[in-house]
Ligand binder design. Structure first.
Ligand code: NDP
Ligand code: MG
Length: 396
């Protein structure tokens, strides 16, 4: 029987993974090794019971007693804390879903890769902060990484067996996010609620706000560079309001392969779960005639400065991706806590990059998790300073 683990099981991607595993037969079809979550221990315990998991881990040590009580009599072990999550990734499984949000997903992902098997990677932060390290770890242990981010799953499928050398461009589609039709001069006033109204996709709160600012697409551009090893000038972003084309690959002979489907993450999650086979998935069939038209337009860099910052990050190389991600996470925290405005998020990342780019050694690739974490830590301090300065200006 195939074994699996789900990291971030209580989140948006995690729940959809659980849904697909249950539909495929649940405990009768898969042996579940570990499931992990954060604050939502009630849901975590239910998932652990449904899948008959060997261990359930919450990121929050203060919730261990509650989780243990919820699991009483189930046969599932309870554990808590960041280290326990990484230890759970040390329990070998054939297929591991990495769907924790943020840089916290990196250490468990690396631990899972050391056991070979397949890492289904939704946690884009791991690729942005430590792409080379992740790929090198997979190669050293004969593990496979399958992309779960819908754009990268689309590109992976559109590529097929063709070599990267035959690719002219990888074209990432973007919906434009919740504020795409707002007048530019009003963007600074956008609230968290405004930024959370995604036109097409139902996702976690952080990624939904990142879609409005296009920091999500900026992360995905870097993710594309890291995962497929393609040069930055061959990566293009187009606004595609309908979110039907999930991304495209343009080949040297002029052919463009597009992956299309309804905007449902279970396409990409299910593809990674069933790869190299395809199975029927519970996604709505695509009705192009009912849709009538698909539209494409160039993104405005004044509206989406995050795309420009991603280019600067890729040009700098080395550990600068870790700075970009950490600064973005801190900026997002400050915005979600209403301490800075929507447009201040890009300013925080810009200032943090500016301050750290001259730092010695930053241009060299990270060779260990500790090096990545040290860069992440330093970037968070600088980003926090930048955000506080901007927050004071806003309040004053
Ligand atoms: P959610 O916020 O919905 O879920 C995040 C999961 O991680 C939850 O299980 C949460 O637990 C857990 N978690 C939160 N903080 C920590 C922590 N510090 N340590 C360990 N676990 C933690 O996120 P999404 O599902 O939206 O996104 C997950 C990842 O997938 C992200 O990297 C995102 O960018 C990526 N992704 C998401 C897509 C989507 O459609 N949602 C699409 C493509 C990529 P709890 O909720 O119990 O607190
Ligand atoms: Mg995506």
């Amino acid at each position: 029987m195939r074994s699996l683990s789900i990291f971030g099981a209580t989140g948006s991607v995690g729940e959809q993974t659980v849904d697909l595993v249950l539909r495929a037969g649940g405990a009768a079809a898969y042996r579940t090794v570990a499931v992990t979550g954060g604050q939502n221990v009630v849901r975590l315990a239910q998932i652990a019971r449904d899948l008959r998991a060997e261990v359930a881990v919450t990121a929050d040590p203060a919730r261990l007693d509650e989780l243990r009580a919820l699991l009483a009599g189930s046969g599932t072990e309870a554990a808590a804390g960041a280290e326990a999550i990484t230890e759970a990734a040390d329990r070998p499984a054939d297929w591991v879903m990495s769907a924790i949000v943020g840089a916290a997903g990196l250490a468990p992902g690396l631990a899972a890769l050391r056991h070979g098997g397949t890492l289904a990677l939704a946690n884009k932060e791991s690729l942005v902060t430590a792409g080379r390290l992740l790929l090198a770890t997979a190669a050293a242990h004969g593990a496979r990484i399958l992309p779960v981010d819908s754009e990268h799953s689309a590109i992976f499928q559109a590529l097929g067996p063709d070599p990267i050398a035959a690719v002219d461009r990888m074209i990432l589609t973007a919906s434009g996010g919740a504020l795409r039709d707002w007048p530019l001069e009003r963007l600074a006033e956008a609230t968290v609620a405004d930024a959370c109204r995604h036109p097409n996709w139902a996702m976690g709160q952080r990624i939904t706000v990142d879609s409005a600012s296009m920091f999500n697409k900026a992360m995905e551009v870097i993710e594309t560079r890291e995962f497929f090893g393609i040069s930055p000038e061959k990566i293009e972003v187009v606004i595609h309001r309908e979110s039907i084309v999930h991304s495209m690959v343009a080949f040297c002979d002029g052919a463009v392969m597009a992956h299309m489907g309804s905007p449902d993450m279970r396409h990409a999650i299910g593809y990674a779960l069933n790869w190299p086979d395809r199975q029927r998935l519970p996604v709505a069939p695509l009705d192009l005639v009912a849709l009538g038209q698909l539209t494409f337009q160039a993104p405005d860099l004044m509206r989406y400065p995050a795309l420009r910052l991603a280019q600067a990050t890729m040009r700098a190389g080395g550990k600068v991706g870790a700075v970009f991600n950490a600064a973005k996470e801190v900026a997002l925290d400050h915005f979600l806590d209403r301490r800075i405005g929507f447009t201040d998020m890009a300013a925080v990342v810009d200032r943090t990059l500016d301050r750290l780019l001259a730092e010695p050694g930053l241009q060299n690739d990270a060779t260990s998790l500790d090096e990545v974490l040290a860069t992440d830590h330093l970037a968070r301090i600088r980003a926090d300073e930048a955000a506080k300065t901007l927050g004071r200006k806003r309040a004053g």
